[in-house]
Design a protein around this ligand. Structure first.
Ligand SMILES: [Zn+2]
Length: 1153
C-alpha cells in the first residue's frame, strides 16, 4: 500500500490536499480490517525517516480521533502502544528532540493511553516516564506541547507504581507550578494538571509531599468559587477538591486542612453552592472531605460497658466476655489512647477487599458438611428429657378425656407463669445501685432505696359501673376506631399498696390527657407517696377523671392490660424495672392503612451532615445539655419545658443517655447488651414534654453496623398515648429525613474488635408531634416483651378446645431467673382405641423456636401468628394438629428481651453461636433445647422440620436459610467430590411451598449454603448433629417487601403474624406431599418437585443469595447509598461531571487536531 502525502513538516495534512481521497484511503485500510493497521505500524516501526514517521503520526492522530474506541482497540492489540513508546525514547535521543515529533507522539499516546489497560506499565518498562517529565519541565511555557504531555502524564499517574516514581522526580511540585488562581486562559491545561495531581496524590508518599500546599489549594478553590460565577469550570473546581480529598487521606493532610481553616472554607463555599443543583458534585466532595477531617469526638460516656451488670457465676474461659471481665480498672474503653489513623486507612482497604471476597465464608471442609456420626451424649443422660415428651407415651386411659392433663404439674421446678413473684433483692446490682427515672422533676428513689416490690402495683378499674371489660363491649358493627372510642374503658391506676383495692381510686385518678410518663406502674416504694400527693394536687377540680384505657379486647383477643401487669410482676430484670410502658400495657392494634417504604429524599444525608459540621463551625449554638443519663446517680435537671423528657426504664427499654444538642435536637446513646460493650441497634424509649409542631431531630449516635435499612426506606415506630386513648392504640411507622451514616464519634479498638480508627454511625430521624401533653414511644421495631409472651400464652390457653392437646412446660430457668416456656401442641386422639393412640404418638414432630436475638422482635410476631393459628378452630388448624406434634420454644432468650439487649443473653454472648457446645450454666435455654432434640434423635424421633425464626436488618421480604451439602459444594467448586454426594432434595420443598402461598416470602432470597461463620447456629447444628434435613432459619425483614403483594410496603405486625400462619398452612401442604408411610422414615424421603432443577440453577448462578443469615456485612444493596462514602459522586453516572465531560474533552481534541 502506498501513501501519498504532500511533504509538509509542520502541519497536519489537510484531506483536500491529498492526491487520493482520504475517504478512499480510510476505506482501503478499513476494508482490510486490522491488516491496514498492521501495515501502518510496521512502517512506523521500521522507518528511520523523520518525515515518514511524522506523516504516519498525522494519519494515526486522525484515524484514532475519528474511529473511536474500536479502532484504538485494534491499534493497542497490534502492539501500537509499545511502538509509540519506543519512538518516544528514540526521539528523545536526538539533540535537540524534534518538537513536532514529540507533539505528535504524545497526541497519539494521549488517545491510546486511556484505552490501554497496561499503558502505565508499558510506559515505565520502556523508560518513557522520564522523557515526558523532562519534556514538560523544559516546555512549561509551550502550551501547545504542554497539553498532550500532561494528558499522557495523567495516564501514567493512574498507575500507583508510576505515581510514586513520578513523585520522586518532582512531578508533584511541577503540577503546583502549573495550577493557579482563577484565569480564563488555559483552562484545559489547568484541568489536566489538577487531574494528574489528583491521581499522583493517591499515593501517600506524594500526599505527604503536598501537605504544605494545602493552604494554596484552599485559596485557589475559594478563588475559583468566587470568580466562576457562571459555573463554567465546575470540573476545575472539582479537580481542586479531588486533590484535597486525596491529601486528607493522611493524618498530616487532615491536620494541615484544619490548620488552614479548611472546614470553614469548604463549609461556606458549599453552603453557597446549595441552591445550584449542578454544583452537587462539589458539595458532595466537600462534604466528604469535611467528614474525614472532622475532629473525632468521644462518646459522652464514662465507659462503653453496659450500665447494668449481671454477675456471672461462671465466666467463660475466653472470648469477649472474659476480656470484659479481665479489663483492668481505670482503662478508658471509650476512646483509644492514640488515634492512629494511618492504621485506619490500611484497614479500610482491607474492608473493601472483604466486600468482594464474600465466598470466603462458605464451608469447604467436606467433613464438616457431612452428618456428625456419633451422638456426643449417652442416652442415660438424655433420659431426663423424657418428661417433656409425655405425648409420646400418653395412653389417656385414666384421664377425663375432655380435660387433658397439662404438663406444668409434671415439672415442679417451674413456677406457674401467673404466680406473683417478688423481685428478688438478693441480687442487688454489684457495680452500681441503679435508680429509677425521676418523676416530675424530682427523684423519688435515693440511691440507697431497695429495689421495688412490683407486687405493690395495682390496677383497679373505675367504680362508675363500667369497670368490667366483658360488659362494655362495643357493638360489633361499628367501625374500628368508633368501636374503640365507644369501648374506652375507664381504668384508674392505683398505687395504694399491695391490697389497695378501689378505696383510694378517686384520690389517685387524674385528668386523662395529663399523663405522667410511665405512670401506669411506676408506683411503689417511697415514690408511691410522692405520686399520690402530686395526683391529689393536680386533681383539684377534676371530676373523678381517670386514665382511659382503650378497650382492645375485641380487636386483640390475646391482650389484657391487667393480665399484662400481672405478668410484668413475675418478670425478672437486671435493672429491676418498676415501670410498664404504655404500648405494652394498652396493646397494639395494627393500622388498616398502608405504610409505604419511604422514598429517599435527595440530599437528606448531606443536610444532616452539614448540620453536624455546624457544631464545629458555630460551637456557641450548641447546648450540650444532658437530659437523661443512666450512668449518673443524681437525677438530671428537668427545667420548665425547655427540654424533652426521656425514659426507658421498662421492659426491653434501652436508652442510656440523651443530650440536648440544640433547641430541638437530641443525641441519644443506646445501652450495650448486658455484659458486653457493644451491639447497639435495638432501641425502645419514651419521650414526653414535647412542643406541638416543633421540628425535633433525634440522632442515635452509637450505631455500629456499616449500613442500615434506614437508608432504604425503613421508618422508626412510634406509639402515641394520646392517640391510644383516643381509640388508636397502635405503633405507626413514622419519622422523616431518616438516614444512617458514619459519624465523628470514635470507636475504641476495644469496642471494634481490635480495629483502630473506627467510628460509630448515626441513625437520624425528624419528628413533629401532634399532641400536647403526649407521651410517645419510639422503637426500632414493634416491641414484643417477655411479659407480652407470657400474657399471650395464658390467653392462648383459653382458646383450647376439647380437641386440642396443649401443654406448657418450663424448659429451664434463665440466668436472670426467668422461665423459658416450652409448648406442645397437637390434636387429642379421636378415641382411646389402640389405633388412635398409636396414630397420636407417632405423628411426626415439628420443632419451632424464635427470638434467640432479642432485637429481632419481628420473629416474635411471626411466632405469635404461628401459635394463634395452631390454637385456632379452623379445620385447617385441626388437620394440622392431627398431622403433627408441635414442639415450640417461643422465646429462646427471655433475659435478652427483658433487659433491652439487641443480640446477646446475660452471658454477653450471641446464643445462636453456642449450639455446638452450649453450656448448661451459661446458655441454659440452648443447652436444654438442644438436649430435647438430642433426646428425639436418640429415640429415633428426630423432627421432620426444624425452624428458628429470626429477623433480618439488611434485607427485604421473608426468606429461609437451609442446609444443603450439594449446594454448598457447588458454590465452592469442589468438583472432585461432588459426584459422589447423594442428597435428598426435600429441603427445598417447604420454602418452595411458602413462596407460592405467603405473599411476603421470597424464594429468590433463600439460600441453602452452609457458611463457616454459621457452623454453631441452630440451623446448621440441628442439620448436622441431629440429622434434620429440613432445618431452617426463617428470616423476616425489619423493613418491608420489594416483591409480591406487599411490594413497596413496610412490614407490620399483621403481615408478620400472617407469615406465621402461612408457615403452618405450608406445613400442611408439606404433609400432603409426603406420604404418611414414609413420614416415619423421612430421612430417606424424596419429594422432588417438577421445577426443582430450575430453581437450583437459579440459586447457584446468583452467588449473592447465599449470604448471610444475620451478619449482613457482605450484603450489598442494588442501590448504593453506602453510609461510608455517602454521596460521593465519583461513580455516579448522573453527576454534572459526566454531562460536562463531553464538551471538555472536545476542547482537548480541538487543541490536539
Ligand atoms: Zn437473628
Amino acid at each position: 500500500m502506498e501513501y501519498r502525502y504532500t511533504e509538509r513538516s509542520s502541519r497536519l495534512v489537510e484531506p483536500a490536499e491529498r492526491s487520493t481521497s482520504p475517504e478512499k484511503t480510510r476505506k482501503e485500510i478499513m476494508s482490510k480490517g486490522s491488516s491496514g493497521m498492521e501495515v501502518i505500524l510496521a512502517t512506523l516501526e521500521n522507518t528511520q525517516d523523520l518525515q515518514t514517521i511524522l506523516n504516519i503520526l498525522y494519519i494515526l492522530n486522525e484515524l484514532l480521533t475519528v474511529g473511536g474506541g474500536r479502532r484504538i482497540g485494534v491499534f493497542v492489540s497490534k502492539g501500537g502502544t509499545g511502538i509509540l513508546l519506543q519512538l518516544v525514547i528514540s526521539a528523545s535521543k536526538e539533540s535537540p528532540p524534534s518538537e513536532e515529533v514529540m507533539l505528535q507522539l504524545h497526541s497519539v499516546l494521549a488517545k491510546v493511553g486511556p484505552k490501554d489497560r497496561k499503558f502505565g506499565v508499558k510506559a515505565r518498562l520502556n523508560g518513557a516516564l522520564n522523557v515526558t517529565v523532562n519534556l514538560l519541565k523544559q516546555n512549561l511555557q509551550n502550551h501547545k506541547l504542554l497539553l498532550p504531555c500532561l494528558l499522557v502524564l495523567q495516564v501514567y499517574s493512574s498507575n500507583t507504581v508510576n505515581a510514586v516514581s513520578l513523585g520522586k522526580n518532582g512531578v508533584v511540585e511541577l503540577m503546583f507550578k502549573i495550577i493557579g488562581p482563577y484565569s480564563k486562559k488555559n483552562t484545559s491545561l489547568l484541568k489536566v494538571s489538577l487531574d494528574t495531581l489528583g491521581a499522583l496524590l493517591k499515593s501517600k508518599t506524594n500526599a505527604r509531599r503536598a501537605v504544605v500546599h494545602v493552604p494554596v489549594l484552599l485559596y485557589i478553590y475559594h478563588d475559583w468559587h468566587r470568580n466562576d460565577t457562571c459555573h463554567r469550570h465546575i470540573l476545575i473546581r472539582k479537580g481542586i477538591l479531588g486533590c484535597l480529598k486525596n491529601i486528607t487521606n493522611i493524618k498530616l493532610g487532615r491536620k494541615a486542612f484544619i490548620d488552614a481553616d479548611g472546614m470553614r472554607i469548604l463549609y461556606n463555599t458549599s453552603t453557597e453552592c446549595l441552591p445550584v443543583r449542578t454544583l452537587d458534585p462539589l458539595i458532595n466532595t466537600s462534604s466528604l472531605i469535611m467528614r474525614k477531617c472532622f475532629p473525632k469526638n468521644r462518646l459522652p460516656l464514662p465507659t462503653i460497658k453496659s450500665v447494668f451488670h449481671h454477675q456471672l457465676l461462671r465466666v467463660p474461659a475466653g472470648g469477649p466476655v472474659a476480656q470484659l471481665y479481665n479489663q483492668p480498672l481505670g482503662v478508658d474503653d471509650v476512646v483509644d489512647e492514640s488515634d492512629d489513623n494511618e492504621d485506619a486507612e490500611a484497614e479500610n482497604e482491607v474492608e473493601e477487599k472483604d466486600h468482594h471476597a464474600g465466598n470466603d465464608d462458605i464451608e469447604t471442609d467436606i467433613n464438616k458438611l457431612r452428618p456428625k456420626e456419633t451422638h456426643s451424649r449417652p442416652f442415660e443422660e438424655l433420659k431426663i428429657y423424657e418428661r417433656f415428651f409425655m405425648e409420646l407415651s400418653e395412653d389417656f386411659q385414666v384421664l377425663n378425656f375432655d380435660n387433658p392433663k397439662r404438663g406444668v404439674t409434671a415439672t415442679p421446678a417451674a413456677p406457674k407463669s401467673h404466680r406473683q413473684i417478688i423481685v428478688p433483692t438478693a441480687q442487688a446490682l454489684p457495680l452500681k445501685n441503679h435508680t429509677a427515672a425521676p418523676l416530675q422533676g424530682e427523684c423519688p428513689h435515693p440511691a440507697t432505696v431497695p429495689p421495688l416490690d412490683l407486687d405493690t402495683i395495682n390496677i383497679t378499674k373505675d367504680q362508675d359501673g363500667c369497670g368490667d371489660h366483658t360488659h362494655s363491649r362495643p357493638h360489633p358493627g361499628a367501625g374500628l376506631e368508633q368501636e374503640l372510642v365507644q369501648g374506652l374503658e375507664r381504668v384508674a391506676l392505683d398505687g395504694a399498696g399491695p391490697q389497695g383495692g378501689g378505696g383510694g381510686v378517686n384520690k389517685h385518678n387524674r385528668q386523662s390527657p395529663i399523663l405522667a410518663a410511665g405512670v401506669a406502674a411506676r408506683l411503689g416504694g417511697e415514690g408511691e407517696e410522692m405520686l399520690a400527693e402530686e395526683w391529689a394536687e393536680e386533681e383539684e377540680g377534676g371530676e373523678g377523671a381517670v386514665l382511659q384505657v382503650p378497650d382492645t379486647a375485641l380487636l386483640l383477643p390475646l391482650h389484657d392490660p391487667d393480665l399484662y401487669v400481672e405478668m410484668v410482676k413475675s418478670t425478672c430484670s437486671v435493672p429491676q424495672f418498676s415501670e410498664v410502658a404504655y404500648p405494652d400495657y394498652f396493646g397494639h392494634v395494627a393500622p388498616t392503612f398502608r405504610e409505604h417504604i419511604l422514598e429517599r429524599v435527595y440530599g437528606v444525608q448531606r443536610t444532616k451532615i452539614f448540620q453536624d459540621i455546624e457544631r464545629l463551625i458555630h460551637p456557641n449554638d450548641i447546648l450540650d445539655k444532658v437530659v437523661y443519663d443512666l450512668d449518673i446517680q443524681s437525677c438530671p435537671v428537668i427545667d420548665g419545658g425547655e427540654s424533652l423528657k426521656f425514659n426507658s426504664q421498662f421492659e426491653s427499654g434501652n436508652l442510656r443517655k440523651a443530650v440536648q444538642v440544640r433547641k430541638f435536637e437530641y443525641d441519644l446513646v443506646l445501652n450495650s447488651d448486658i455484659n458486653s460493650n457493644h451491639y447497639h441497634q435495638w432501641f425502645y424509649f419514651e419521650v414526653s414534654g414535647m412542643r406541638v409542631g416543633a421540628p425535633y431531630r433525634f440522632n442515635i449516635i452509637n450505631c455500629e453496623k456499616s449500613n442500615s435499612q434506614f437508608n432504604y426506606g425503613m421508618q422508626v415506630l412510634m406509639y402515641s398515648v394520646q392517640e391510644a386513648i383516643s381509640g388508636r392504640p397502635r405503633w405507626v411507622r413514622t419519622g422523616t429525613d431518616i438516614c444512617y451514616y458514619k459519624n465523628h464519634f470514635s470507636r475504641s479498638s476495644i469496642a471494634a474488635g481490635g480495629q483502630k480508627g473506627k467510628s460509630y454511625y448515626t441513625m437520624t430521624f425528624s419528628m413533629t408531634f401532634n399532641h400536647k401533653d403526649d407521651v410517645c414511644y419510639f422503637a426500632y421495631h414493634y416491641p414484643y416483651t417477655y411479659s407480652t409472651l407470657k400474657m399471650h400464652l395464658q390467653k392462648l390457653e383459653a382458646l383450647r378446645t376439647p380437641q386440642t392437646y396443649l401443654r406448657e412446660d418450663v424448659l429451664c430457668e434463665t440466668l436472670g431467673g426467668n422461665s423459658c416456656p416450652l409448648l406442645t401442641i397437637t390434636a387429642m386422639p379421636e378415641s382411646t382405641s389402640n389405633d388412635q393412640i398409636c396414630q397420636f404418638r407417632n405423628r411426626p414432630l415439628v420443632f419451632l423456636s424464635s427470638r434467640v436475638h432479642p432485637g429481632e422482635t419481628n420473629a416474635s410476631w411471626v411466632m405469635k401468628g404461628t401459635l394463634e393459628f395452631l390454637m385456632g378452630s379452623s379445620p385447617l388448624a385441626q388437620s394440622l394438629r392431627e398431622a403433627y406434634i408441635f414442639k415450640i420454644v417461643p422465646m429462646l432468650n427471655p433475659d435478652g428481651v427483658v433487659n433491652g439487649n439487641h443480640r446477646c443473653s446475660l452471658s454477653g454472648e450471641d446464643l445462636n453461636r453456642q449450639w455446638q457446645n452450649p453450656s448448661p450454666e451459661l446458655h441454659p435455654t440452648i443447652y436444654h433445647t438442644k438436649s430435647l432434640l438430642q433426646y428425639l434423635a436418640a429415640i429415633q424421633r428426630a423432627p421432620l422440620v426444624f425452624c428458628d425464626y429470626h429477623g433480618h436488618s439488611r434485607k427485604k421480604n421473608v426468606f429461609m436459610y437451609g442446609c444443603s451439602l450439594k449446594e454448598t459444594v457447588w458454590e465452592t467448586n469442589i468438583s472432585a467430590t461432588s459426584c459422589e454426594l447423594h442428597e435428598d432434595l426435600g429441603y427445598r420443598t417447604l420454602p418452595k411451598i411458602l413462596s407460592q402461598m405467603a405473599p411476603a416470602f421470597s424464594m429468590a432470597s433463600c439460600s441453602f449454603v452452609v457458611e463457616r461463620s454459621k457452623e454453631a447456629t441452630a440451623r446448621v447444628v440441628v442439620w448436622r448433629e441431629i440429622g434434620v434435613q429440613r432445618s431452617y432459619t426463617m428470616e423476616s425483614t425489619l423493613c418491608g417487601c420489594d416483591q409480591g403483594k406487599y411490594k413497596g410496603l413496610q412490614i407490620g405486625t399483621r403481615e408478620l403474624e400472617e407469615m406465621g400462619a402461612q408457615f403452618c398452612v405450608a406445613l400442611l401442604r408439606l404433609k400432603r406431599q409426603t406420604s404418611p408411610l414414609k413420614l416415619r422414615n423421612h430421612a430417606h424421603l424424596l419429594d422432588v418437585e417438577s421445577d426443582l432443577m430450575e430453581t437450583r440453577c437459579k440459586v447457584s448462578s446468583n452467588p449473592s443469595t447465599y449470604l448471610l443469615e444475620d451478619e449482613e456485612q457482605s450484603f450489598m444493596e442494588e442501590v448504593d447509598y453506602s453510609a461510608e462514602s455517602g454521596d460521593e459522586p465519583d461513580n455516579d453516572p448522573n453527576t454534572a461531571d459526566n454531562h460536562l465531560s463531553d464538551s471538555e474533552s472536545n476542547k482537548h481534541r480541538d487543541s490536539l487536531t
